[in-house]
Design a protein around this ligand. Structure first.
Ligand code: C2E
Ligand code: MG
Ligand code: MG
Ligand code: MG
Length: 282
């Protein structure tokens, strides 16, 4: 196709492709190095329990402190990390760091703060998630109940029976399981009842216009009611305004997460939030 289009076109097309792949390769090389150089940092975003009106849980969100490009968000490197399989090594680093951190909060008497870690499909495909979780819980000493794993429907659906067995094994240990970005996947509700999970996280796309869109409000209410009848807890993500908060409270949502409570923040800042909360309760 490119050849038939003639000389100039071909030249342009091929050099363009080469630039893209050289850039890709450079990024892949530096991503590989980043693992050994320990350039990943974990930020934490609180979730607020609406019943108790306090932070009971935080989500670990990875960033890459790139030597020249600055602090990179997941969207700039997670896709490449997935493609190259490097996500498994990165995910393991994040899990270890987060559990060690949560153990420190636990030891500091800041309350039982649960840490949620996102898992990728590649980690599941590798088949060693259980060994890794066991090792990390053992080396950090974190009670399994204070670790939550966030998974997506599409990840579970990739190998349904095998993954359900794996999730059951995790739950037997006391690890909490949460279904992330709920409502954006393609899986049917008949599968939902088979997933051994504890929590549904309603995707941000339903929350953003909650106070303007009767459709989004209807969907959100339906998800919350359905989750509760299945004995699942519900977290709404992407809560940015008081009006979102009040609507969700009215609908009986269990927890909220979003910029209204806090953006994802570095360790030190989260510690301050937790200490302020502890003092306010004392
Ligand atoms: P996610 O797990 O659904 O995380 C929620 C994302 O929404 C985070 O983006 C968070 O900063 C953002 N967010 C939270 N509250 C609000 C809000 O009120 N408004 C808006 N506009 N955005 C909000 P972030 O940190 O850029 O992470 C993006 C995605 O990258 C995550 O989506 C998750 O899928 C993935 N990710 C992050 N860390 C890891 C990791 O350690 N491992 C894996 N496999 N994936 C990760
Ligand atoms: Mg998540
Ligand atoms: Mg999410
Ligand atoms: Mg999301």
């Amino acid at each position: 196709q490119a050849k038939r289009a003639g000389g100039n076109n071909f030249q342009f097309y091929s050099s363009d492709m080469r630039v893209a792949s050289v850039e890709q390769l450079a990024l892949e090389t530096s991503l590989r190095k980043a693992i050994f150089k320990n350039e990943f940092v974990v930020h934490y975003q609180p979730k607020m329990d609406l019943g108790r009106n306090c932070i009971t849980s935080v989500e670990a969100l990875v960033r890459w402190q790139h030597p020249t490009m600055g602090l990179l968000p997941p969207k700039d490197f997670i896709p490449l990390a997935e493609e190259t399989g490097l996500i498994s090594a990165i995910g393991e680093l994040v899990l270890e760091r987060s559990c060690r951190q949560a153990m420190q909060w636990y030891n500091s008497g800041l309350g039982d703060i649960c840490v949620s870690v996102n898992l990728s499909a590649h980690q599941f495909r590798k088949g060693n998630v259980l060994e890794i979780v066991d090792r990390v819980l053992e080396t950090t000493g974190l009670p399994a109940e204070l670790l939550e794993l966030e998974l997506t429907e599409s990840l579970i659906m990739e190998d349904l029976d095998k993954n359900i067995a794996l999730l059951q094994a995790l739950r037997t240990r006391g690890v909490e399981l949460s279904l992330d970005d709920f409502g954006t996947g393609y899986s049917s509700l008949s599968y939902l009842k088979r997933f051994p999970i504890d929590t549904l996280k309603i995707d941000r796309s339903f929350i953003t216009e909650l106070d303007q869109s009767p459709d989004d409000a209807a969907i959100t209410r339906a998800i919350i009611d359905m989750a509760h009848s299945l004995n699942l807890r519900v977290v709404a993500e992407g809560v940015e305004t008081d009006s979102h908060l009040e609507i969700l409270r009215g609908m009986g949502c269990d927890s909220i997460q979003g910029y209204l409570i806090s953006r994802p923040v570095p360790e030190a800042e989260l510690l301050q939030l937790l200490e302020t909360q502890k003092q306010a309760r004392a």
